[in-house]
Ligand binder design. Structure first.
Ligand code: NAP
Length: 324
């Protein structure tokens, strides 16, 4: 008999067919008021759960008493309570590495767009407000040769630093709990405390996971330490930043600009003050959103679930201490 699995995100046809070949599948395209009851009903019978984006707190997963494995189509695991899953011995499989380069490209794009004011100036052209040769009030700032501060020098942080150092001759500072020797040896990266990084970096790019320790890691005090020409980029998770304090910092020009791929509330409400700020470049959580990478992520997540429900969690398990 096939194992029961619940899918709660639309995935490419080929991967959907693989899931159907292996499992008795219940499919949901996201979870909403209309389908919540039937989702919970299917979850109660499921041994496997696969999807992304929707929060899956203990209060929901308590209803899934037969659950043996979860596969999230993301590298971030913040939609889940890892301690709770570990206590239940339920592995949470995720998709590190396959999205690293695409996400680093997105973050670098945010650095370029904020520094060179690409969105603001593009809008000026589209709206017919380009009426003369532009002057200094529209100039941007250089990226090449500047100092990049990476907060969270892991897989994506390293890929970003590599682009910045090898391609743009940038100096690299980073803040991590442990040293990243590869970044130090290959990119000349310098590990500093957070205050030093904030004081000395022209770009501060955040790539830490969202945890109890990193929640609201950036607030008024941190923006005040950054210099007034510095640019803040968040490619991690919205809740790593106190968004109201960031809005104040952008409005008061405490910092020059911000590039944001993630927000406290997603989708970002259209009436957010961020939407009215020329010095904010906003993306709808598109870090890994290319055709190629989203395909790879879906394939990896399906591979992960098939393996985990066969008792193999050696590769891509986020609650690593479950691995024997
Ligand atoms: P990773 O390889 O695990 O890197 C995370 C880094 O953060 C590590 O170097 C870690 O080093 C550091 N870190 C963790 N907790 C910290 C703390 N309290 N203080 C300082 N540094 C800390 O993960 P990754 O694959 O690069 O992904 C990073 C995050 O990016 C994900 O968790 C996800 O939230 C986000 N992401 C966003 C998108 C998007 O679409 N925008 C796409 C992919 C990923 P230490 O352990 O030594 O501190």
């Amino acid at each position: 008999m096939k194992k029961k699995v619940v899918l709660y995100k639309k995935i490419p046809e080929e991967q959907l067919n693989r899931l159907k070949a292996h499992f008795e599948l219940s499919c949901f395209e996201g979870i909403n008021e209309q389908n919540r009851e039937s989702f919970l009903g299917a979850l109660a019978q499921a041994e496997g759960l696969i999807g992304a984006s929707a929060p899956m707190p203990a209060a929901i997963l308590d209803k899934a008493s037969k659950l043996k494995a979860i596969s999230t189509i993301s590298v971030g695991t913040d939609r889940f309570d890892l301690d709770y899953l570990s206590a239940r011995s339920v592995p949470l499989m995720h998709t590190p590495s396959v999205l690293t380069d695409t996400t680093a490209d997105t973050i670098f794009m945010l650095m370029m767009c904020t520094a060179r004011r690409a969105v603001e100036l593009s809008n000026m052209v589209r709206e017919g407000r380009w009426q003369a040769s532009i002057g200094s009030e529209h100039f941007g700032v250089d990226v090449y040769g500047k100092t990049l501060g990476v907060v969270g020098m892991g897989r994506i942080g390293y890929a970003l630093a590599k682009r910045a150092h090898l391609g743009f001759d940038m100096k690299i500072n980073y803040f991590n709990r442990s040293a990243n020797e590869k970044a130090e040896q290959e990119l000349g990266a310098r590990r500093t405390d957070l205050t030093t990084l904030l004081k000395t970096s022209d770009f501060v790019c955040v790539l830490v996971p969202l945890t109890l320790e990193t929640e609201k890691m950036f607030a008024k005090a941190e923006f005040e330490i950054m210099h007034r020409e510095a640019i803040f980029i968040n490619g991690a998770r919205g809740k790593v930043v106190n968004e109201a304090d960031l809005i104040d910092a952008l409005q008061n020009k405490t910092i020059r600009a911000a590039g944001l791929d993630v927000f406290e509330m997603e989708p970002l409400p259209g009436n957010s003050p961020l939407c009215r700020l020329d010095n904010a470049v906003l993306l709808p959580h598109t870090g890994s959103a290319t055709l190629e990478t989203r395909l790879k992520m879906a394939r990896t997540a399906v591979d992960n679930l098939i393996a985990a429900l066969n008792g193999d969690i050696a590769k891509n398990c986020a609650n690593t201490h479950l691995i024997k």
